[in-house]
Design a protein around this ligand. Structure first.
Ligand SMILES: *Cc1c(COP(=O)(O)O)cnc(C)c1O
Length: 231
């Protein structure tokens, strides 16, 4: 199947899940996870109508961005971001989905201050308490947001999570549900610089369940591009 056909098939499934959870197809954003993909391949996904591209590695971003890989859609950063590389991401990406520590948030705020911009970010939550995953622990989130609320030049637009790989689908739904509860709870509170617009969860294997549980932004690689050779 072509990338265009893959995206169309995905959109149909997304629409079904949206409907089943009482929402419209347009309420769910599709972010193409473009790691390891070539520039022309990524442009095919953009032409097929994905809502954004998400890149994992700073080096790939730096190589592909000047070649116009993401032209036409917003660019997100979805990988673990090291402090010493953030200058290449802040102000370049429209949304940094993977803010997983206060130090990183502070450094992003400092850099966006230098650039005189406001950087949109999501907070990555380690909802499965997976030692192999980055992210803020669920019970530390409100304290984290209180601290972030004091920083200038960044705006928290929502939450992101990556589930532990080995979980079965029943566990996934439970964790997605837990994540949605957190999202809804925080949305009901008011913090400066925080507006809970996006709940980014769900990948190729589990996006349907994620949408049923309230996700409004899915990050999909394999179902758009096919299996990757590595990672
Ligand atoms: C690779 C990746 C995805 C997409 O994974 P697939 O299973 O290929 O759809 C989503 N989110 C992040 C953070 C990723 O690194």
């Amino acid at each position: 199947m072509s990338i265009g056909e893959n995206v169309n098939a995905l959109r149909e499934q997304m629409a079904a899940a949206a409907k089943a959870s009482g929402r419209a197809p347009g309420d769910i954003l599709l972010v193409a996870a473009t790691k390891t993909q070539a520039v022309d391949t990524i442009q095919q996904a953009v032409a097929a109508g994905v809502d954004a591209c998400g890149e994992n590695r700073v080096q790939e971003l730096q190589e592909k961005e000047p070649q116009g890989a993401y032209t036409g859609v917003p660019l997100h950063f979805i990988g673990h971001l090291q402090k010493n590389k953030l200058k290449k991401v802040v102000g370049v990406c429209d949304l940094i989905q993977s803010v997983d520590s206060l130090v990183l948030a502070e450094e992003i705020a400092r850099r966006s201050g230098e650039l005189r911009i406001t950087q949109d970010i999501l907070i990555q939550v380690n909802i499965g308490a997976d030692p192999a995953k980055f992210g803020i622990a669920p019970d530390e989130l409100s304290m984290f947001l209180e601290k972030i609320a004091q920083l200038g030049n960044i705006k928290v637009r929502g939450l992101m999570t990556i589930l532990p790989i080995e979980e079965n689908s029943g566990c996934n739904r439970r964790l997605f549900c837990k994540m949605n509860k957190l999202f809804v709870d925080i949305k009901a509170k008011t913090y400066d610089n925080v507006s809970m617009d996006f709940l980014s969860m769900g990948m190729s294997g589990d996006f349907y369940a994620a949408i049923l549980e309230g996700s409004n932004m899915i990050r999909v690689g394999t179902s758009i591009f096919g299996a990757r050779d590595h990672i």
